[in-house]
Ligand binder design. Structure first.
Ligand code: 5GP
Length: 115
C-alpha cells in the first residue's frame, strides 16, 4: 500500500481525507469531490494500484466483481436501486480518465442522459 502514487492511493493511506461511505478489506468507496449527480461515489481497490482496466488481469476477476456488487449495495443503501443509477469506468485519455488508480463511478439521484 505504501508505494501507491496517485491521489486515491493517498486517500487509502489516510494522507488525504475523503468522505467514506463504505470500506472492507478489498475496496474503499467515497464521495466524489466534484459530484456530477446528487449521488456520485467512487469505488476503488484498496490493496494494489491497478492504473487502468487495461492493467487488470485474470487474478483480478473477483475484485472486479466485488467492485460491481459493492456499487449495487451502496445504491440500495442510498435508496436509488429501484429508481436507477449509472456505473462508469473511464479508461485512459479518450475515455476521460484522470486518476490512474482503477475506479468505478456510481452516479444517481437524477435522470441520466446521453448514450
Ligand atoms: P476519472 O476522470 O479518472 O474517471 O475520475 C476521477 C474522479 O476523481 C473525478 O470525478 C474527480 O472529481 C475525482 N477526484 C479527483 N481528486 C479527488 C479527491 O482528491 N477526492 C475525491 N473524493 N475525488 C477526487
Amino acid at each position: 500500500m505504501s508505494d501507491m502514487k496517485t491521489i486515491f492511493g493517498k486517500i487509502i493511506c489516510g494522507d488525504i481525507p475523503a468522505d467514506v461511505v463504505y470500506e472492507d478489506d478489498d475496496v474503499l468507496a467515497f464521495k466524489d469531490v466534484n459530484p456530477q449527480a446528487p449521488i456520485h461515489i467512487l469505488i476503488i481497490p484498496k490493496k494494489e494500484e491497478i492504473p487502468t482496466l487495461n492493467d487488470a488481469e485474470s487474478r483480478h476477476k473477483e475484485l472486479l466483481g466485488h467492485m460491481l456488487l459493492t456499487a449495487s449495495r451502496i445504491a440500495a443503501d442510498k435508496g436509488i436501486a429501484e429508481s436507477g443509477y449509472r456505473l462508469i469506468m473511464n479508461c485512459n485519455a479518450e475515455g476521460g480518465q484522470t486518476v490512474f488508480h482503477l475506479h468505478l463511478h456510481l452516479l444517481g439521484g437524477r435522470q441520466m442522459t446521453g448514450f
